[in-house]
Design a protein around this ligand. Structure first.
Ligand SMILES: [Zn+2]
Length: 321
């Protein structure tokens, strides 16, 4: 497109003109010499601050600004076609990735974005059999969401020797828990998607979730499998700053009271707001603490059947689809 010729994005001169066009809609104001004058309006001031300055997070306004004057003056169909061309261009994709991306709403967060290429593809689903441990050696799971490949999920289980020695003798496959990543992000609650590998664990057990970019996190959501959800007490949510972990949310009482859900059905997702402003990290983790006195002995065993995990906030650049 003419507006993007030169390979370095829009010139400031053209951008000023388009901003004015978008604001006033009067072709007379689209005059090149205006860019040589001092900015007079707030939009002009913002426009001089950089090729994407002053457009905030309004995606439509951004795309309109990238449309050439000629394309803007075509018929509605022509302008629409040109807009689509700009919206799907590699250049706009590259430029958007150099700025923050705000995830709006409480349904679709970062994990959804990673799994669906920012909503442009369906979430891939798979079916498989898995060793559940316990009496039933194998369970089948159908049509379950695939963890996004760019989300690195690792878990560390503090196993109580008294409980686990005999259990591992009987069910050696529980040493590795290959379904945890599937369980953690699964959102379809009515299913027996529980392994005993996450049952009866000691404090110090944690699961880490590493994103391919920095996230300025504002909240996260979490569900829990039906097994011992009411006992999911005394845990923290932490962010890594490059040197050490910081607690950014601490939970004492279980978010799932017995009245909240039916037996054998997952504890529904709860939303947890992060008060600390400006917390940005690519690594987050959930960690089980020793129990406080009123909840029981410090080393009380707990279940860790994480479900429906999602993070919300602003994706910081650089990021890509
Ligand atoms: Zn359990």
């Amino acid at each position: 497109m003419a507006a993007n010729a030169g390979g370095s994005g829009l010139s400031v001169k053209l951008l000023v003109s388009y901003c004015m066009l978008a604001r006033f809609g009067t072709p007379q104001l689209v005059l090149p010499y205006r860019s040589k004058k001092m900015p007079r309006t707030r939009a002009q001031r913002r426009a001089t601050q950089g090729p994407l300055g002053g457009l905030n997070d309004d995606a439509l306004r951004r795309v309109l600004t990238f449309l050439s004057v000629a394309d803007s003056r075509r018929s509605a169909g022509g302008a629409s076609k040109a807009m689509r061309g700009v919206a799907t261009s590699n250049e706009l994709t590259r430029l958007r990735g150099s700025e923050s991306y705000v995830l709006r709403g409480s349904d679709h967060g970062v994990i959804h974005a990673l799994a669906t290429a920012l909503g442009t593809q369906p979430w891939r689903r798979v079916s498989f059999d898995f060793p559940s441990g316990g009496i039933i050696s194998s369970r089948s799971i159908n049509d379950v969401r695939m963890p996004p490949s760019r989300l690195r999920i690792t878990s560390h289980r503090e196993m109580d020797p008294e409980v686990w020695e005999s259990r591992l003798r009987l069910y050696p496959h529980l040493r590795t828990d290959e379904v945890f990543a599937f369980q953690a992000i699964d959102r379809d609650s009515i299913r027996a998607f529980v392994t005993s590998a996450e049952c009866t664990l000691n404090p110090g057990t944690f699961a880490e979730f590493q994103l391919p970019f920095q996230l300025q996190i504002s909240s996260f959501s979490l569900g829990h499998g039906p097994c011992c959800a009411t006992g999911f007490q005394d845990w923290v949510f932490e962010a890594f700053d490059g040197e050490r972990w910081h607690v950014i949310y601490e939970c004492g009482e279980s978010p799932w009271l017995p009245r909240d859900f039916r037996p054998n059905v997952d504890g529904p997702p709860r939303y947890f707001h992060i008060d600390a402003t400006g917390v940005a990290s690519s690594r987050f983790r959930l960690r089980i603490l020793p129990k406080v006195a009123e909840h029981g002995p410090p080393n009380s065993l707990r279940c860790f059947h994480i479900r429906a995990l999602e993070f919300f906030g602003t994706v910081l650049p650089p990021w890509s689809v």
